[in-house]
Write a protein that binds this ligand. Structure first.
Ligand SMILES: [Zn+2]
Length: 109
């Protein structure tokens, strides 16, 4: 939630601009601010919220599309969906290579 004035800040339960940003630990000091939707009350400078979101996106990208030589841990496929070409290729090679390769559908092991 975007906070741009004292009224919005007080309604969001942020008592003062001297409260510290959860990301950089400096005083909030000025608007605009971003309040997270998490259960715990977390408020950020707008630029810090953008930096945090960017870090999360980069981490997610690396997780779902890791650099070589690492392989993707799993592929999200809706129930009943036809396997993708990648999945079919993987399954076709499964028998050839033995059990050393982690199955696509299993995120752990
Ligand atoms: Zn900050």
């Amino acid at each position: 939630m975007l906070i741009v004035n004292d009224e919005q800040r007080l309604r969001a339960g942020i008592g003062s601009l001297s409260k510290r940003c959860q990301y950089c630990c400096k005083a909030l000091a000025a608007y605009p601010l971003i309040l997270s939707d998490d259960a715990r009350l977390a408020v950020y400078h707008a630029a810090c919220a953008a930096a945090l979101a960017t870090e999360i996106l980069v981490d997610l990208y690396t997780f779902f599309s890791p650099p070589a030589p690492y392989q993707q841990l799993f592929v999200l496929t809706p129930p009943g969906a036809a396997p993708t070409q990648e999945t079919e290729t993987h399954l076709a090679h499964e028998g050839d290579r033995g059990a050393h390769r982690v199955p696509l559908a299993s995120p752990k092991e």
